[in-house]
Design a binder for this molecule. Structure first.
Ligand code: PLP
Length: 393
């Protein structure tokens, strides 16, 4: 089991680049140059200094004592919620915009579902003075007004995707079409460890800062680098990939990925991909996705917009198949309760995505000295309406 891809961009039998011929030049340019670009010390200096002074890294690793008492173990929270823009997504958009500059691109496109990746992209485009177009389904634009306004305030153009179900997958199609028509001056910033090679590997490398820091911080707090558990929620899988990365080679560290069960695994309203899905091609890579018997993508559902995705990245498909990571799920209700619990026990209101990771604490059995790290991928301000409407506190 390894986090490294082979030369064709495969983790085991998952990954690759399943793309229309007209995208070959873009993908090839990126695939041939991304490693050299991001391993260059000058690039690393820029990336690290922006993470420090703009994003506010390193994000703290906080010993949650009241939560620890409740579960009978020692729980640390990795505070990605304290990043600029309120989640881990900005680690990736900073990295990719620097890659785009290095490739000589002047324009950025992105797709967004709930608008969080769109906001993280619009943010770094403003920072770098680059033109930004974000494709978003018309239905999502109506549901996520505040994020649409944030993107506009940051200077981005938000283009509605008006075909199909007018949601994320249609926005993705529009973005790809745009890229095919503007291959030379435009870079496409994908928001998770999904898409054709080299995106999953590139995004994983940018997010791996999370586990790099956890290792150093655990060493300071506990005198050891390796915890017994690392727990993260999985939509496409980028915060989990970043939180797992530097622990993968140590089999003693249990990696726990938590998917959104929505209204229940058998309710027909779920996003628990490994539970409900099968092997297939989604957004340019071979992975596991929720599909009908004739291969149509099933519309996913979760209370948290960030987990509302019908697949997982190829790295996670491989972690699942090989058994290296354990996949669990939490329902809307369980996530809401876990989010309210953290708010009352520690004074931290988590994003509903991150609350799914916290809900796994209820399902695991710990022994006395277990050292547990939960990746708190984002903050809950954006979810206040949902907490008010559906939560009981
Ligand atoms: C987008 C998002 C996620 C899900 O995306 P991954 O790529 O699976 O990490 C999780 N948490 C928050 C706060 C998000 O914004």
């Amino acid at each position: 089991m390894s986090f490294s891809i082979d030369k064709n961009g495969y983790y085991g039998s998952f990954g690759g680049a399943f793309i229309p011929e007209m995208l070959y030049p873009n993908i090839e340019e990126l695939g041939n140059s991304y490693l050299e670009i991001i391993q260059d010390p000058v690039f690393q200096d820029k990336f690290r200094s922006l993470l420090k002074d703009y994003v506010g890294r390193p994000s703290p690793l906080f010993l949650a004592e009241r939560l620890s008492n409740k579960y009978g173990c020692k729980i640390y929270l990795k505070r990605e919620d304290l990043n600029h823009t309120g989640a881990h997504k900005v680690n990736n958009t900073i990295g990719q915009i620097l890659v785009a500059q290095k490739l000589g691109k002047q324009k950025i496109i992105a797709e967004t579902g709930a608008g969080q990746h769109g906001v993280a992209t619009a943010t770094v485009c403003a920072l770098m003075g680059m033109e930004c177009i974000v494709y978003m389904g018309e239905v999502d634009m109506a549901r996520q007004r505040p994020n649409v306004e944030r993107m506009k305030l940051l200077g981005a153009e938000v283009r509605p995707a008006t075909s199909g179900s007018r949601t994320l997958k249609d926005a993705t199609n529009e973005a790809l079409r745009h890229w095919i028509n503007h291959p030379v001056d435009t870079h496409y910033i994908i928001g998770s460890v999904v898409g054709p090679h080299p995106y999953p590997d590139m995004v994983t490398r940018f997010q791996s800062i999370i586990s790099e820091e956890i290792k150093q911080q655990l060493k300071e707090h506990e005198g050891r680098e390796y915890p017994d558990y690392v727990i993260a929620c999985v939509g496409g899988g980028s915060n989990a990939a970043g939180a797992f990365y530097h622990f993968n080679e140590n089999d003693q560290v249990r990696l726990i990925a938590v998917e959104a069960a929505g209204q229940g695994l058998s309710s027909g309203h779920s996003a628990a991909t490994t539970n409900l899905g099968k092997r297939g091609v989604l957004h340019g890579s071979m992975t596991i996705l929720m599909q009908t018997t004739d291969g149509q993508v099933v519309e996913p559902y979760s209370i948290s917009a960030g987990l509302d995705y019908p697949g997982i990245g190829p790295l996670h498909a491989h972690l699942f198949e090989s058994g290296r990571a354990s996949f669990m799920s939490a329902t809307d209700q369980q996530a809401l309760e876990a989010g309210i619990r953290l708010s009352k026990l520690e004074g931290i209101i988590p994003a509903l995505e991150s609350a799914h990771a916290l809900a796994a604490l209820e399902q695991l059995e710990f022994v006395g000295n277990d050292l547990v790290v939960v990746n708190l991928s984002g903050r809950g301000d954006k979810d206040l309406e949902t907490y008010i409407e559906k939560g009981k506190y």
